[in-house]
Design a protein around this ligand. Structure first.
Ligand SMILES: Cc1cc2nc3c(=O)[nH]c(=O)nc-3n(C[C@H](O)[C@H](O)[C@H](O)COP(=O)(O)O)c2cc1C
Length: 359
C-alpha cells in the first residue's frame, strides 16, 4: 500500500465536492478539483512526414479515460501545439490548418471523448513552443524577443454564445518567480477577467526552469503546501468574475480545504500526484484518503517529474476495460524507500540535464 503524504490533521472533503459554474460559458464543473496540463508525449511521430505526426494514440486515450473516471471536475490536456514547427519535442500533439485531415480529427475526437468519459469538463491546452522549441525541431522558431519592451497584445473578446470554456494558465515564473506577485501580474489577470475568460490557472515553473534549476527549489516555496498561494491571495480580490485555480504543491485534503476556505482560489490543481494515482480525485472526494501518495523524489522537481512520467507510461499501457475498477493496476509504487529499480532510473535521469542542454 502506498505511503501517503503526512497530514497535520484530518479534513472533510465536502467543500472540494462543490461545483463551480464558469462565468462566460456557464458550464459547470462537478467539483473543485483540476487535472492540470501535463505534456504526455504520446502522439504519433514520423519526422519524415508531419502529416502522420501529432495524432493522439491509444496510449493517450487510455490515460485520459483513467483521469476522467478518476473523478476530476475539470481536465486540461497537456500541450496541444498550434504549429508543428514549434513543438517542444517529438510525440507531442499538434493541430494546424495545413495538416488537417479526417484521420487527425477522428483521433482528436476519440481523445476528447475519453477525457469526457467520467463526466468532467475537458479542455485542450493550446500552446506554442516559442524559444523553448528544440533546435533539432526548428533552429529559428517564432518567439518573443529577449529584449524586454512595452508591447500591446490584442486578444479578441470571447463570444459567450459559442459555449466554449476558455481558460488561461498564468505562470509565476514569467513574472520573476518571486514569493509575492508584482502589480503587473495582478493587472494582467484583471484584463483576462474583463475579456471574459472562464478561469485562470495559477502555477509556476517552465520546462526550462524545471530542468536547469530542478534542485534549487527555494526553501520558502518548499515549506508551503500551496507553492504559489501569495499570488492567488493578491489576485483573487482584484478580479470579479473569472474563476481561479491554484496548482503546485497541493498534497493534503486540509491544504486544499485551506485554499478554498480562505477564499484565495475557487479550485485546486493536483499535478504530479495524479500520474501516480489517476483516481486520486475520486479517493479524495469520497474521503477514502487524506493525502496523495508520497514520492521518494519529492525534493527534486526533475526527479519527481521524471518518475511521474514513468508512471504515466505504465498507466497508458492498459485500457480501463482491461484494468476494471482498479485504475492504478500495473503501476509502480514510488512512495517507499528507493528500491534498486528506482536507483536505476535515477542514474539515467541524472544524465538528462546535460543531454537537454546540448539540444
Ligand atoms: C511531466 C509534467 C509535464 C507538464 N506539462 C505541462 C504542460 O504541458 N503545460 C503546462 O501548462 N504545465 C505543465 N506542467 C506543469 C503542471 O501543470 C503543474 O503546474 C506543476 O506540475 C505543479 O503542480 P504539482 O505540484 O501538483 O505537480 C507539467 C508538469 C509535469 C510534472
Amino acid at each position: 500500500m502506498a505511503k501517503r503524504w503526512p497530514i497535520k490533521e484530518k479534513g472533510d472533503s465536502s467543500v472540494l465536492n462543490e461545483s463551480i459554474q464558469f462565468p462566460t460559458s456557464k458550464k459547470v464543473a462537478k467539483n473543485r478539483l483540476l487535472k492540470p496540463p501535463m505534456t504526455e508525449s504520446m502522439s504519433t511521430w514520423d519526422s519524415q512526414d508531419m502529416s502522420k505526426s501529432g495524432f493522439p494514440t491509444q496510449q493517450l486515450i487510455n490515460v485520459y479515460e483513467k483521469w476522467s473516471l478518476g473523478g476530476f471536475g475539470l481536465l486540461v490536456t497537456g500541450n496541444v501545439f498550434v504549429d508543428p514547427n514549434s513543438v517542444l519535442g517529438p510525440e507531442m500533439s499538434f493541430i494546424h490548418p495545413n495538416f488537417d485531415s479526417y484521420e487527425r480529427k477522428n483521433a482528436f475526437r476519440k481523445s476528447a471523448n475519453a477525457l469526457k468519459r467520467g463526466g468532467g469538463l475537458a479542455i485542450a491546452q493550446l500552446s506554442h513552443g516559442g524559444r523553448l522549441t528544440p533546435i533539432k525541431i526548428n533552429p529559428h522558431p517564432w518567439a518573443p524577443s529577449s529584449i524586454r519592451h512595452e508591447s500591446k497584445v490584442k486578444i479578441k473578446e470571447i463570444p459567450p454564445e459559442k459555449g466554449f470554456i476558455v481558460g488561461i494558465k498564468v505562470n509565476t515564473h514569467e513574472f520573476g518567480n518571486k514569493d509575492f506577485p508584482s502589480d503587473e501580474v495582478v493587472k494582467i489577470c484583471q484584463e483576462f477577467d474583463k475579456l471574459g475568460f472562464d478561469f485562470i490557472e495559477l502555477s509556476g515553473g517552465t520546462v526550462e526552469q524545471m530542468i536547469l534549476n530542478a534542485d534549487k527549489i527555494r526553501e520558502s516555496t518548499k515549506n508551503r503546501e500551496a507553492f504559489f498561494q501569495e499570488y492567488s491571495r493578491q489576485i483573487k480580490p482584484a478580479v470579479k468574475n473569472v474563476k481561479l485555480y491554484l496548482t503546485g504543491g497541493l498534497r493534503t485534503v486540509c491544504g486544499m480545504n485551506d485554499v478554498i476556505n480562505s477564499g484565495i482560489a475557487d479550485g485546486v490543481g493536483i499535478g504530479r500526484p495524479c500520474m501516480a494515482e489517476p483516481d486520486i480525485a475520486k479517493k479524495i472526494l469520497s474521503g477514502e484518503v487524506q493525502s496523495v501518495a508520497y514520492n521518494v523524489f519529492e525534493d527534486s522537481y526533475m526527479f519527481y517529474m521524471m518518475s511521474s512520467l514513468v508512471l504515466l507510461n505504465q498507466a497508458a499501457a492498459t485500457s480501463v476495460d482491461e484494468t476494471g475498477d482498479d485504475l492504478t493496476s500495473g503501476m509502480s509504487d514510488y512512495s517507499q524507500t528507493c528500491s534498486k529499480a528506482i536507483l536505476k532510473i535515477s542514474i539515467v535521469l541524472k544524465m538528462i540535464p546535460k543531454f537537454m542542454k546540448r539540444m
